[in-house]
Design a protein around this ligand. Sequence first.
Ligand SMILES: [Zn+2]
Length: 583
Amino acid sequence: MDFSDKKEEIRRAADIVQVIGQYVQLKKQGQNYIGLCPFHSEKTPSFTVSQEKQIYHCFGCGRGGDIFNFWMEYHNLTFPQALKDLARQYNVSLPEYNNSPGNRKKSDLIEFLFEINELAGRYFHDVLIKRPVGKPGRDYFSERKLSQDTISKFRLGYAVNSWDGLVTFLERKDIPLDKAAKAGLIVSNTTNGYYDRFRGRIIFPIFNLNHQIIGFGGRVLDNSLPKYLNSPDTPLYHKGRYLYGLDSAYKDVRTKGFSIIVEGYMDLLALRQHGVTNVVATLGTALTSDQVRRLKSYAKKVIVLFDSDDAGKQAALKSFPLFLNEDLSAKVLVLPGGEDPDSFINKYGITKFDELLGNSIPIFDFYLDQALANEEPGVDGRIRLIKDVLPIFMELEDRTAKFLYIHLFSEKTGIDEGEIWEELRLDERKLKKGSGLNEFKDRLVSVLDTKKYGSDLQFLKLLAHYPEKIDNFRDQQWELIVSDKNIVKIIKVLMEKFPFKGSLYEVEEFLDDPITREQLRVALISNPYDKDIVDQAVGEFLNKISKMRISQSISRARAEGNIEAINHLIKEKQGLDLRNKRN
Ligand SMILES: [Zn+2]
């Protein structure tokens, strides 16, 4: 089915700045909007959105496209799903198309997995709230003081303690079990059968920002191990990339400007139930740089609220370089008396909790205090301290931050600043050997190599921003003035497709490789010519073409020894130069 009309309709109804702005903080700069790229790690914005052209492009990692590309990449979805989502958001009706399980192609796998997860989510939830076998789950939640409202809001569930609870359910729903295994819900055994991955656990569905279930977390009811079991990596779920609860928190996080990070599902649920809306959880594993980067799109500051046990403190310590490197200001709050967030808020309530938040300390101070507390005084202790902390300083990419932290470190420990720098330089030299060139710089240079392709890019910009001028060049040998083969390809497609049916960006679909697509985006997103010099530019390019054509003819005539033709051509060229001067 061809969706180009629908795509165009949605593109016209939607505004790319608003769509992307939900997930990336954008700032107006000149004609465009810029922000920190959600797809790669950066501290200075190179992610650019053009409202006029309705496209985005990141000069850092080269990713870009229109709203559909963004939606697919950001939410890890297929095109049909992105189309459905955006159509719903902007009230564009789509024709129904047959999508029954038997009718699927491989490319629909992702969508099918979402459906299987949805079904399984409903099954677990049903067991928890309705079935007699769900009683252990209900007992657990009531003991932990979770309300019905929280249970249904987060669609919590219970997996019965049996090998085939979900398997039987899915079979009854005609779901191919190999697909359910791909979703990570069931596991194949040696005899070609399948068994439930989650057994005797309470179930926390994990949602993407689009409120679809991408995976599940399961927690035991007693003290058996493993305490937490999450979905394995699947086409939908990747360990370390998501934060539990971000889907229902990100708007509040942005409004409040900061977010609270906890470790466990139950911590998050308890805080939410008490009205703390800007809390997210790490899904029971160590915080990752992917998670920090995601959060950075919404929060300027975070408070890390880990358990006061040693494991919690270790986790907080490990997160320190992540925050530094993503330039996200972080504080740490250690709860008093061995409490965890769940037990604390249930015991003391929200007012006390808010008070406590005010006592959080900068993560660097926390880090140093911990490190100092663990070391005995004396030379040995200090040497060990340097060895512990240096790797973290090494990971800092920002030199100013490095200076600042080394200064603070020296102040707190009494270790001479010069000594630290000396150690650091020694270690850095060791590391240097392995590191490659700055990828970002390379890319920028190759895309914007104006010396080599300056005029090519200018010509492409002219046609891309003022397509009504395309016809001026149609019968000209314009290839003579374009040396970049990719730009020749793009211009050919522009000429072939003009006048465009929809937005000019549609043309991208007819370019078959990522480099030309990127070049078209760069041309479209860079500043256009001033309107008043467009005609002048057209004239100059036409002139350049004529000159190139004559020069080529002269060389040819010279090779043939045709003096008459040479004279004629030279006169023609002089006439051209003269006209140029008069203009
Ligand atoms: Zn990027």
